[in-house]
Design a protein around this ligand. Structure first.
Ligand code: NAD
Length: 379
């Protein structure tokens, strides 16, 4: 990694929209650029990538003024938050470079490949007075926030258990560079698991122990789209994982994460002492949210209110929290707990026993019902 001279820290700025730079101009960057460009409280100032032409094309497509390599973008003084959209193997390295340049960092999931790397990022940020945020931010969307409000209002009584399933044939059918999704740091557990596990931790609090089994159906897969369609690649990680989780607050959960299923299925249900809540796909920002009490024969729809502005609302909440001096919700600490949880699942599947988790997780405050990403609040 190129040496970067520290830029003036974000402490210098206390008002107005927050300057943001994206690092990583791949598939997911379009969603971030579209959402962030619509939020007046942030200003997207630059895009960086190892492939500078790709960064330039993404910047041009969204009227972002600057593009370049990582070092040049980190040297822009007005950039306060670096949004790290690189592949998982580069998350820790890019986060470290952003922090060294005096920037807050918000990264795509997972926070890092291993808990020790995630802990280093958090410690480095703390020592510099900087913040770490992390995807997923889907749990801040209307669907899951409405679920959180329903649970807080006692809609199903006391939560007892949860069942989560995410399965399908895997992403190599549509992603043009899917290799990283089958390497250490991805697979169904680390790539899709964060949506489900973050939702459960945000709703129930920290996990205390996990047990799991894991399998791999095929050692090689075939790219299904893009210029390299038809080429084979190697699968390095388990592609079918079953996990059991115990939460400190009392509930337990079972969760299945699979890229080995011909039938796509995505569900989370939470059962309480008075009924069951069916949550929306936690990889989305909207509903439906449904409830079925004991004795009822049909599901009933519950109201879904809140933002559906998409990936990037966690960055906006971070930006507003920096200005307001309040804790941000899609935090590095939450992502670190989820990373330890996923690592514990992997360890358990190898060791054939329960793995205890030491870390806690911060309480996630419910977003106000009228939280509006497209109204300017930072003047
Ligand atoms: N693709 C999706 O639908 C999706 C959805 C949600 C989250 N994510 C997450 O977003 C991240 C990126 O996924 P993607 O699908 O956009 O991947 P991608 O492979 O399409 O793009 C990654 C980009 O990062 C760049 N890059 C890699 N290492 C870098 C480094 N050290 N410095 C600068 N640039 C670097 C690559 O050149 C590439 O342009 C992953 O963490 C993934 O889990 C992806």
């Amino acid at each position: 990694m190129t040496q970067i001279s520290p830029a003036p820290g974000p402490g210098a700025r206390t008002a107005g929209p927050v300057g943001v730079a994206l690092v990583g101009a791949g598939v997911i960057s379009t969603q971030y650029l579209t959402a962030l460009s619509a939020f007046p409280d942030v200003r997207v100032l630059a895009v960086a990538d190892l492939d500078v032409a790709r960064a330039r094309a993404a910047a041009d497509a969204h009227q972002v003024p600057q593009a370049g390599d990582v070092a040049s973008v980190l040297a822009i003084p007005e950039v306060e938050i670096v949004v790290n959209l690189t592949i998982p193997a580069a998350h820790a390295e890019v986060a470290a470079a952003a922090l060294a340049a005096g920037k807050h960092v918000y990264g795509e999931k997972p926070l890092a490949l291993a808990p020790a790397d995630g802990a280093k990022i958090l410690a480095e940020a703390q020592s510099r007075g900087l913040r770490v945020g992390s995807a997923p931010d889907t749990f801040l969307g209307a669907g899951l926030q409405s679920a959180a409000r329903a649970l807080a209002a006692g809609a199903i009584g006391e939560p007892v258990s949860a069942t989560a399933v995410t399965q399908g044939p895997g992403p190599e059918g549509w992603h043009p560079s899917p290799e990283f999704l089958y390497q250490y740091g991805a697979g169904p557990l680390f790539d899709i698991g964060p949506y489900y596990l973050t939702a459960l931790v945000a709703l129930f609090g920290p996990v205390t122990r996990v047990a799991a089994t894991a399998r791999q159906a095929r050692a090689r897969r075939v790219i299904g789209s893009g210029p390299r369609a038809g080429s084979e690649f190697t699968v390095d990680v388990p592609t079918h994982v079953h996990a059991l989780l115990d939460f400190a607050g009392g509930p337990s959960a079972s969760a299945t994460f699979s890229f080995d299923a011909s039938v796509p299925r995505r569900m989370i249900e939470i059962t309480g002492t008075e009924g069951t809540l069916s949550l929306p796909d936690p990889n989305t920002f909207d509903g439906p949210l449904r409830i079925r009490a004991f004795g009822e024969e049909e599901w009933r729809d519950l109201p879904v209110t809140g933002t559906t502005a998409g990936r990037g609302i966690g960055v906006l909440d971070l930006a507003r929290s920096i200005r307001g001096g309040t804790p941000h919700r899609a935090s590095g600490e939450l992502a670190q707990h989820v990373l330890e949880l996923m690592s514990g699942v992997t360890d358990s599947a190898e060791r054939h026993g329960f793995v205890e988790l030491a870390s806690g997780a911060p309480e996630v405050r419910i977003l106000p019902d009228d939280w509006d990403p497209v109204t300017a609040t930072l003047t």
